[in-house]
Design a protein around this ligand. Sequence first.
Ligand SMILES: Nc1nc2c(ncn2[C@@H]2O[C@H](COP(=O)(O)OP(=O)(O)O)[C@@H](O)[C@H]2O)c(=O)[nH]1
Ligand SMILES: [Mg+2]
Length: 204
Amino acid sequence: MSRCDFKIVLLGSEHVGKTSLVLRFVNCRFNHGIPYQNTIGAAFCAKTLQSNGKDFTVGIWDTAGSERYEAMTRMYYRGAHAAIVCYEPGSLASWTRTRYWLQELKTVEENCKIYLCGTKRDLLDSGAVTRAVDEDIVATYCQELHGHFLTSSKTGESVDELFQKIVDDCAADLHLMRAVEDQRLQLQKEELAYKSKNKEYCLC
Ligand SMILES: Nc1nc2c(ncn2[C@@H]2O[C@H](COP(=O)(O)OP(=O)(O)O)[C@@H](O)[C@H]2O)c(=O)[nH]1
Ligand SMILES: [Mg+2]
């Protein structure tokens, strides 16, 4: 049984910045200048955050964006409590892929809270790239979603805010919190059962 309270999955096309976003959030760093490393299948990591004075462990699945791994990616968003769907504001192709994932999530995982994330904000701010994805269109899509953040994994801008909002939304979801409490109780029971079983064999 999983010890994570909330499951978050990252979706979006290759190169959009998903792995960098997770690394910035979990390790507070940005791998600048390191050659691009394609995520194979998916990668997992976890971090504990607080909401309303309580600790919650979030498990994050960073998926491969490539269409080659699409069937595999579906396995990772099954049962996700939240999805971060990433696009690059400077890339129309990445936005097309985003629309695909939004549609897919809405039909397959209707209870999943969806957050749009425009990545590489530093490149937009510095003028290194120009916006190709229309802001009004993004705003229209956002009306049905839980939030929209423009992040930079290079500077860290809005990264913690994105994950904090997800944890706050999950912690405010009574149905989900009931499931979290049940899971914690179950884990406690299993731990107690394990300890008392091992005591029987202890010779000291
Ligand atoms: N300037 C800038 N580059 C970024 C940012 N996020 C990612 N990158 C770069 O974009 C490329 C793809 O990033 P990666 O996180 O591997 O994308 P993924 O394929 O979606 O996991 C890498 O060369 C990163 O260094 C960002 O916020 N700012
Ligand atoms: Mg990756």
